[in-house]
Design a protein around this ligand. Sequence first.
Ligand SMILES: Cc1ncc(COP(=O)(O)O)c(C=O)c1O
Length: 419
Amino acid sequence: MTTGRWDIEAVRGAFPALAITDDGKPRIYLDAPGGSQVPARVVERMSEVMLRSCANEGGAFHTSRDSDRILVGAHAAAAALLGAQPDEIVFGLNSTSLIFHFSRMVARDWKPGDEIVLTRMDHDGNVGPWIIAAEERGVTVRWLEFDTETFEYRYDMLDELIGPRTRLVACNHASNIFGTVNDVARIVAAGKAAGAVTMVDAVQSAPHLALDVSAIGCDLLACSAYKFFGPHAGVMYIRPELCDRLTPLKVRPASFDMPWRHTPGTPSFEAQAGTQAAIEHIAWLGEQCAGVDVAAPLRQRIVAGLEAATDYEAGLMDRFLAGVAGIPGFKLCGIASRNRLDARVPTFSFRLAKRSPQEIAAALAGENIFGWAGDFYAYEASGLLGLREQGGVARLGLSHYTTADEVDQAVLAVARLAA
Ligand SMILES: Cc1ncc(COP(=O)(O)O)c(C=O)c1O
């Protein structure tokens, strides 16, 4: 529970980009599921690193010592974000590259006759790499479907899908197309009971929900800093038991210790520093909007910040859903019930009867409302629903920096387009 008050003015003040106007028109950023805006502290930290501390790690001199400290700080911050330990964190270019990298190690001992379970709701970043690995090893891919009416996983399939041959279960926490928040702990538990490696894609949940890898129970969990107010970087959590089992894909002189064990080559120190600053922004939300003491442990401030953001975003979601309910020809691809706000993140994909998604995105852009059109690499889901051939869907994503007025303006703009 949080006790503070969501101070939207203070929150917005942290993001310089929110004050930018184009020909006098304010920008309404509803593109966050594709990538969020960035607080000043992130940019400042990254430029400070590049201006004052640009060096590789492991040297005796000042700048190199700074890089050592950046590594330590960033791994500790990412661990606090995920409820993990610093030596369970690996930074990479983005989530997709990390999943490709880990898939090669996880699949190393797969044999023909083995099976893996993937889902139709995932972004292809947590599907494609595993399909390629399965093809290389002669392993069968089995699919966890979703209900096309409720946009929720078919949990009733789990018993039949997962068994002694299952080597991997990869699933999605929050859908980047429907916004559904999935019961990943349940799927992970089924995978673990069968002895499978379990992988959770938390790219779309990390900006909205407090995550806890212990509660989820997974072996691997990926998220992307550029979706949670940071720079372009990916973060992978790896459970120590799995970490020890995997043969690292590392060059010979590199250390067997974490994080070098699973971080091939020189990392982006600036991106790690920026990611730490983004996580500190979330912790600041806990102080500013949930009343947590600035001296409280980082994890406590982060969880409070995200819980307060979840509450605030629930109000925005309710407003959006109430607003679009009466728009003729508006079809939401996702949970529409205002009583089930805890079952979704504020990502709204929709179609209009008379406009293509691309027309919608272009018309909204004309009003300086930034949204997306397409399938967003939710390749299986968009294919299953026949959306891929029709230009996909239009997508508007709310964030903790979105105002109620911006939601109203977006709803009005969509209503004008539908008319
Ligand atoms: C749910 C989900 N998974 C994975 C990805 C891929 O992330 P990255 O761009 O960091 O590879 C995205 C990107 O949009 C996503 O939304």
